[in-house]
Design a protein. Structure first.
Length: 437
């Protein structure tokens, strides 16, 4: 939606917005803006200019600190060009960052009060100095609130309560593999890294939302992490699909006030998190979220896919397949098996009433394609531990071949049977579980 401010009340709204954005402006070039504090995305845009490396300094020259290095603050040429463009279009910089793999200097700008966003973007996209110009878009995690069954106790659950675990034959597959050595980048809300059922599973964390602490309402990241790699055989809680995989947690989303489920992200926070995930060389990137098509995020995902990352994304509730991330070529799309299947190719896993972890060391049920996506991510980690050289296309073909019909859940054990020399014996009655490594 485009909002044009032309009346005398525009100044009042502009001043209010300006006061709201002061903390964001103070964070430009330094700490990440606190996006969870509130902002008007309809008045913000993202542009990118080429970030060409600076000429090497002469022998004996002394660098001017970290700010002079392109990898931290962009080249002088890129910053000068961005400043000139901002002055010509009346834009106010909110924040800026460099995406080294794409050789781009990206900036979030606030539009002037009289500017029409669509008209400004059209002009910028015709400007030859600009590599990319787009709205600051927003994205949502894809989980739903679930009512607890009467009388059920969720803080001391058993594996038998994980109906999804048996549906996709995870226990049988874990006789052969538990995801050892596979690293997964989880781009989501913050998570409870101190949850006992995640002990030793979180290899690193970074926060791209701001300096605000993760609230108790930020459940989504913990829920997704639990489905992927909750600790096995610790006499506590549940079992993850790939319990020996390692997670890198990137906080790019934040909880929404008054909502029991779901969270919000935007182009800026997701771009920073994706850049960090790419730099970490994580084998899998889990995106249990969705939103509109986004040119900058698409470039980042395409770069990740070209360089061997397996990107797994959630199909949104409306089943549209032209947005981010599922609309990006090479992304493995995942839908809830209980929902009508999308028109485009997608894997499926259970997505309703999935028992998982909650912040504060507790457990509860959650629903949505976010949880189905986490299960496929875990399944891929199991398969990569057995055969590390597999690519996204091969893994998609392998897992889709195990679905009994279009939209039916995957069968991880059947996939193991097709890549492991002894996989034909992947069945509970014929094989004792391999010892943990």
């Amino acid at each position: 939606m485009t909002i044009t401010l032309r009346s005398r009340y525009a100044l009042v709204r502009w001043l209010g917005l300006w006061l709201l954005l002061l903390p964001l402006l103070a964070g430009a070039q330094g700490a990440a803006p606190d996006w969870s504090a509130g902002y008007d995305a309809t008045r913000m845009i993202v542009i990118a200019v080429a970030n060409k490396p600076e000429p090497s300094p002469a022998a004996g020259a002394t660098p001017r600190g970290y700010d002079a290095l392109p990898s931290y603050a962009g080249s002088e040429r890129a910053n000068g060009l961005a400043a000139k463009i901002a002055a010509e279009y009346g834009l106010q910089e909110i924040s800026a960052w460099t995406i080294e793999p794409l050789r781009l200097r990206c900036l979030v700008y606030l539009l002037p009060p009289s500017a029409d966003r669509d008209e400004t973007l059209a002009r910028l996209n015709r400007d030859r100095r600009v590599r990319l110009a787009q709205p600051l878009q927003e994205f949502d995690t894809l989980s739903l609130p679930t009512a607890a069954p009467p009388g059920a106790q969720y803080n001391d659950p058993y594996l038998s309560l994980q109906h999804n675990f048996s549906t996709i034959a995870a226990a049988d597959a874990q006789r052969w593999t538990r995801g050892e050595g596979v690293e997964i980048a989880l781009i989501d809300t913050g998570l409870d890294a101190d949850h006992p059922d995640l002990a030793g599973r979180i290899a690193g964390q970074r926060n791209f939302v701001g300096n605000v602490a993760v609230s108790a309402a930020e459940r989504h990241g913990t829920e997704v992490a639990g489905v992927i790699s909750a600790v096995a055989d610790n006499k506590l809680g549940i079992v993850g699909i790939a319990p020996n995989a390692k997670l890198f947690a990137y906080r790019a989303c934040w909880s929404l006030p008054g909502q029991a489920a779901g969270a919000r992200c935007n182009s800026y926070t997701l771009a920073l998190a994706l850049g960090a995930a790419i730099a970490s060389n994580a084998r899998i990137i889990n995106l249990s979220l969705g939103g509109p098509a986004d040119p900058l995020l698409q470039q980042l995902l395409q770069h990740a896919v070209r360089h061997g990352a397996i990107v797994v994304g959630a199909v949104p509730p409306d089943r549209r397949m032209d947005g981010f991330p599922v609309g990006v070529p090479g992304v493995i799309a995942v839908a809830s098996a209980e929902d009508p299947r999308p028109d485009a190719p997608a894997l499926a896993a259970p997505g309703r009433d999935i028992l998982t972890l909650e912040p504060g060391g507790s457990f509860d049920y959650a629903s949505g394609s976010s949880l189905a996506t986490a299960q496929v991510t875990g399944a891929i980690a199991l398969l990569l531990a057995l055969k590390p050289g597999q690519d996204a296309a091969g893994l998609y073909a392998l897992l889709s071949s195990t679905q009994k019909s279009a939209g039916a859940p995957i069968d991880i054990c059947a996939a193991v049977a097709r890549i492991d020399p002894d996989g034909g014996f992947c069945a509970p009655a014929t094989l004792d579980r391999k010892p943990d490594h």
